[in-house]
Design a protein around this ligand. Structure first.
Ligand code: HEC
Ligand code: HEC
Length: 512
């Protein structure tokens, strides 16, 4: 028998990520294969910051690591169902992860490896879910693998027996996963600036073709505040992204340089280095794309890039700054974007009262602790758990999984949301899950600023969730009456959210 230690894979049917690659498999004939679903406790509870960008165990890749809530989820099965007589669809959410018992899947199958070999397996979900009956509001709609949770154990046993070997043969080159190591960054001039990953944060994937330099970052900051980037010098990026509000805005939705009101609230800007895509619908793959879009969008800065570069090029002092950052004094739209990108990448939020308390340098009040317990607690009344379930989407050090979700706001008032990017009807009503860091200074809330205060947000999750067809299963599994938190519990949740404000912004909280 041959053991391949320390190799991990991650598959995600929703994102169509269905392959993983094993390396250094000796060529030969094998009689079968075996793998485990799950991680040994030592790996499960180790610091996830050790995994490089794009590694299957990097929380940004898998979205299944919930820092303070006990390691990874090994298998997540979420969906919707309708009871025979019921009007409305309900959600189910099974999160299988038991340190005490990893799932082991094995086959007898003759497999020859010679060169790159592909092995195709199938998982029959009917065999996992088929044996157990769903009932509204009993204990059958969710399991989160707590101690003594019989449902989690029976589902994980069923999971072991639900896999089938299909075939093996030479691998088409396209299925091989790209390697995680990027080429060395291209030097473009300037003094290299280190990017420090805060303790407990995952490793981000920084753009390899735009390495941070002191000069590039400083130039980006200047440009961010420069009204010459817009038509008629009317607006800078900072007009909508106010530093004291964690670079969000106080308006419900943005107003552009021509006085036209847009449909979305300006997003706060921090921890962008970790975000896999940008804008409420994830339509912009890179920060430079978002920066360009803001400059040329007719309802935002409405600039003509040629006019902007011509005007900036008349500024000799600025040309010198481009020269120190990029090697030559040329000012071009793409250099403006790259400098803005560098600056935006350096905006990091990791120093709140919550972080200080985690390091033992501050104490949360009793109310704040109660709020945190609710935030990080399952809603699973059948097993005696009465949490508010927030961490499923807002979990981990970044307080977001960067997923696109329908959190029950109901009518999106004509906004195509994520469906506008993917063209999939199932993505209607889904928006990027925002980080909850600094949320005390970023009111109003949601993609269209429809909720005014944090109390309104908590009331929404408590009893205001609309049961749309795309409502996320993690909310659809709550009873129709909602979470039914007491007033004290709602206040405690708000108190906890207020501990997430960065030290640099705390005076802004006091002033309000
Ligand atoms: C008119 C107001 C306005 C101006 C000016 C503006 N923004 Fe924005 N910004 C927004 C809005 C609204 C969104 C959300 C956009 C969306 O979802 O389509 C946003 C989103 C972003 C995001 C995405 C953040 C995330 O977490 O996904 C970044 C980055 C950003 N803006 C950077 C900039 C930069 C750089 C500039 C200047 C070049 C700029 N913005 C100018 C209103 C503005
Ligand atoms: C199913 C995933 C999910 C769960 C569970 C969830 N949220 Fe959210 N949350 C989202 C999404 C998605 C948005 C943005 C929705 C939009 O703007 O359309 C959001 C927005 C917010 C906002 C507004 C942030 C901003 O910048 O506008 C706050 C505050 C918030 N959630 C707090 C909570 C709290 C507290 C809980 C638990 C009671 C919770 N969320 C549970 C997905 C979730």
């Amino acid at each position: 028998m041959l053991r391949l230690g320390g190799q991990h894979g991650f598959i995600d049917a929703e994102k169509d990520r269905m392959t993983f690659t094993l390396r250094n498999v000796p060529e030969g004939d094998y009689e079968g294969l075996e793998f485990q679903i799950g991680l040994p406790p030592a790996v499960n509870h180790a610091d996830p910051a050790q995994w490089p960008a794009r590694h299957p165990l990097n929380p940004i890749v898998n979205g299944l690591h919930w820092g303070w809530s006990g390691g990874y989820v090994f298998a997540a099965i979420e969906g919707r169902w309708r009871a025979a007589a019921a009007e409305e669809e309900r959600g189910f959410s099974y999160h299988l992860a038991t340190d005490a018992r990893l799932m082991t899947v094995g086959f007898n199958a003759l497999v020859s490896t010679a060169g790159a070999t592909r092995i195709r397996l199938a998982l029959d979900l009917g065999k996992v879910l088929g044996h157990h009956a769903l009932q509204p509001d009993d204990d059958s709609e969710s399991t989160h693998s707590g101690p003594g949770d019989a449902l989690a154990v029976s589902l994980s046993r069923a999971m072991e027996r639900a896999w089938f070997f299909l075939e093996s043969g030479p691998a088409p080159p396209a299925v091989l996963e790209p390697t995680w190591v990027d080429d060395a960054p291209r030097a473009v001039g300037g003094t290299p600036r280190a990017f420090v990953v805060p303790a407990g944060f995952p490793q981000p994937e920084l753009p390899a073709d735009n390495p941070l330099t002191l000069e590039g970052v400083a130039l980006g900051k200047l440009l961010f505040n420069d009204r010459r980037l817009s038509a008629g010098r009317g607006q800078s990026c900072a007009s909508c992204h106010e530093e004291q509000r964690a670079f969000a805005e106080a308006r419900r939705t943005s107003v552009g340089v021509d006085g036209i009101t847009g449909a979305r609230n300006a997003m706060p800007l921090f921890n962008l280095a970790w975000s896999p895509s940008y804008a409420w619908d994830g339509s912009k793959p890179r920060l430079r794309d978002q920066a360009r879009a803001a400059m040329i969008n007719p309802i935002e800065m409405h600039a003509d890039p040629d006019v902007v570069t011509a005007e900036l090029s008349r500024d000799a002092e600025l040309s010198r700054k481009f020269a120190t950052a990029f090697g030559t004094p040329v000012i071009s739209p793409s250099r403006i974007e790259l400098a803005l990108e560098q600056y935006l990448l350096t905006l990091v939020a990791a120093d709140s009262k919550f972080d200080r308390a985690a390091r033992g340098q501050a104490m949360l009040t009793e109310e704040e602790q109660r709020g945190f317990a609710l935030f990080a607690g399952e809603y699973d009344p059948a097993r005696g758990r009465q949490g508010a379930d927030c961490f499923h989407c807002h979990g981990g050090a970044l307080f977001t999984d960067f997923g696109f979700r329908d959190n029950g706001l109901g009518d999106t008032r004509g906004d195509a949301a994520r469906a506008g990017v993917t063209g999939r009807a199932t993505d209607t009503g889904k928006f990027k899950t925002p980080s909850l860091r600094n949320v005390a200074v970023t009111a109003p809330y949601m993609h269209d600023g429809r909720l005014r205060t944090l109390a309104d947000v908590v009331a929404h999750y408590d009893h205001g969730v609309w049961r749309t067809p795309t409502l996320d299963p993690n909310l659809a599994k709550h009873p129709s009456a909602g979470l039914q938190l007491t007033r004290e519990e709602q206040r405690a949740l708000v108190a906890f959210l207020r501990t997430l404000t960065d030290a640099a912004l705390e005076p802004a909280v006091v002033r309000k």
